[in-house]
Design a protein around this ligand. Structure first.
Ligand code: FES
Length: 581
């Protein structure tokens, strides 16, 4: 077979992959020979940027189940630009299937991604992301290596359609749960709804966590324009994959690394964009963790400060009425960034080598019902409110755009559930002593407590109150909530109950005061009484003494720090390891 290489684009800098493939010794023989069993011609190993395509395809991650086909389009783009694409799998996280929660494994995937990239002969990386946790996990892992990196999201499902109406993934689940409790829906109705919701490949098509994180990829500059909104099955998603493949090869030649893109300015842009899209509270922990990997100081206070004046412009479920397909047809995220105008850092660099403003300044809004102009926004408050007080000394968060306005200032009697089992056992008990103006408190559902920090903070209201027509109550927990959920829900209360945070000390009958405008969350119990309760408090028993869960519980940080493992914060770079033979 000929060893003659086709005409090569100029490659002036030594490639990292040359440490594997570009040598004339025994190690290079080993590295190349076994790879050749896949049919790769010799010239692919010489002087071409090797691009790792990090794939989270899995049949138990249904939101990413179409990624094998998308990866082929990325590979075609890499080859067109003169690179050598090599696809590799990492652990995938299927939000609707995994127990106890996909979030328990986000950091494990980040470790997998980081070590898979560093240990292999990659010069640049394409991250294929979709379902909620796959996006932050891949960004975190790649950040700790810091090669030229570009993200491509899998795209949202087509709009759900049920009996002539649009239904949104996730958001529909919460509505159906309530209708089942009140008797408005039968099990047959439920089965029909579930089929009507998920009718194409793709991730949740509400502005839930997946769509939020795909928007964060674009707002951070880590994805090409339109990354967030093109539906998964739209042919333009395939075109975008191909362009990503071409662009990553150029990025390697330019040595455009992730740390040059995800700067403090880019993270601030992402926080502001999260406010404007009415994005998920989950973005808070994920962006804090990504910043930690890159050594950028980012705090909960940044979220409150930067989001406070940002109105919600995007009328998508769960805050509004439309879905991601409509968002794309209206112009998508570039329109939102153009509307934010001078508020964003216009000079933040993106993966295509242009600034965020150059990418978005000419975006056209094709539907002002879906993306409202900033002068007459869909909702006045879009950002995430960060609450503090003696109940949350290290902070808690609430999404004002998904809350009931009249509950955002509320004082009420606490009705406490000690953990998720206690909640499930009593919440629908007709004898439960609860009134509509009470405040429901759920303990021990934080990072260590559950374990894994699940999305249970938006738990359904007591059946007996739902039947009376109550639609929302203040709920407080140390858990997260699904980005598709809504309600006056205080989340991420830190420190969590399982480590002895004040949430652990609340008792039924206490008075709690929530004041979102003043950012206050106060437990009206004296310091003396709290000290007495603390003296009696006992830490919960460890969940296990082995394996990943032990490592996680021993080292996980609290919500206000991003819930990364403490020893994973920071970066180890892209250095090449010793030879293996
Ligand atoms: Fe995968 Fe919603 S369950 S994105």
């Amino acid at each position: 077979m000929s060893r003659k290489s086709p005409k090569q684009p100029k490659q002036s800098r030594k490639l990292r992959s040359e440490s594997w493939f570009g040598r004339g010794d025994r190690d290079a023989l080993v590295h190349r020979s076994w790879m050749k069993n896949q049919g790769f011609p010799h010239d692919l190993f010489i002087g071409k940027p090797v691009i790792g395509i990090c794939n989270t395809w899995s049949e138990v991650t249904p939101c990413n189940a179409h990624f094998r086909e998308l990866a082929e389009h990325v590979k075609a783009g890499v080859l067109e630009a003169g690179g050598f694409p090599l696809e590799f799998p990492v652990m995938s996280l299927g939000e609707p299937v995994m127990r106890p929660t996909a979030m328990l494994y986000r950091n494990q995937v980040a470790m997998d991604v980081e070590e898979s990239i560093r240990a292999n002969p990659f010069d640049g990386v394409v991250l294929m992301m979709g379902c909620d946790k796959t996006t932050p996990a891949l960004l975190m892992g790649a950040a700790s290596v810091d090669l030229p990196t570009i993200g491509i999201s899998g795209g949202p499902m087509l709009n759900g359609k049920f009996r002539g109406r649009d239904i949104g993934s996730g958001t529909m689940v919460w509505q159906v749960t309530e209708k089942l409790k009140t008797g408005e829906f039968t099990e047959e109705d439920m089965i029909e709804v579930e089929s009507c919701q998920s009718r194409s490949a793709g991730h949740c098509m509400t502005m839930g966590t997946a769509s939020t994180m795909a928007s964060m990829v674009e707002a951070l500059g880590m994805g090409l324009p339109a990354n967030a909104a093109i539906p998964a099955v739209d042919s333009r998603r395939k075109v975008l994959c191909r362009l990503v493949g071409r662009r990553i090869v150029e990025m390697v030649r330019e040595d455009l690394r992730m740390s040059k893109i995800v700067t403090r300015k880019a993270l601030e842009n992402a926080i502001m964009v999260n406010g404007a899209i009415g994005g998920s509270t989950n973005a808070v922990v994920h962006l804090l963790a990504i910043a930690g990997r890159l050594g950028v100081e980012l705090t909960l206070d940044d979220w409150d400060r930067l989001g406070r004046e940002i109105p919600c412009l995007v009328n998508l479920m769960p805050s509004g009425e439309y879905l991601m397909e409509d968002f794309y047809y209206a112009g998508g995220l570039p329109v939102v960034i153009r509307e934010l105008g001078k508020l964003v850092h216009r000079d933040a660099l993106t993966v295509n080598g242009r600034t965020i403003w150059e990418n978005c300044k000419d975006a056209v809004n094709y539907d002002t019902k879906v993306i409202t102009p900033i002068g007459r926004p869909f909702k006045p408050q879009g950002g995430i409110a960060v609450l503090r007080g003696n109940l949350a000394p290290d902070g808690a968060v609430l999404k004002p755009s998904a809350a009931t306005p009249k509950l955002m200032r509320h004082k009420g009697r606490a009705v406490v559930f000690a953990d998720i089992d206690d909640l499930h056992g009593r919440i629908d008990d007709p004898k439960l002593d609860v009134k509509a103006d009470d405040i429901l408190v759920l303990q021990n559902c934080g990072p260590k407590g559950y374990p894994g920090f699940p999305e249970v903070g938006n738990f359904a209201l007591p059946a007996k109150l739902l039947k009376k027509g109550v639609t929302d109550m203040v709920r407080i927990s140390d858990a997260r909530m699904s980005g598709t959920a809504y309600g006056t829900v205080v989340l991420h209360t830190s420190p969590e109950a399982a480590v002895g945070g004040p949430l652990a000390l609340v008792k039924t009958g206490d008075t709690i005061e929530l004041d979102v405008a003043k950012r206050r969350l106060v437990l009206h119990v004296s310091d003396e009484e709290l000290a007495k309760r603390r003296a009696k408090w006992k830490a919960p028993k460890p969940h296990t003494d082995r394996g990943w869960v032990k490592l996680y519980c021993d080292t996980v940080q609290q919500a206000d720090k991003g819930v990364d493992l403490d020893f994973l914060v920071g970066s180890s770079g892209a250095g090449v390891g010793r030879p293996s033979h």
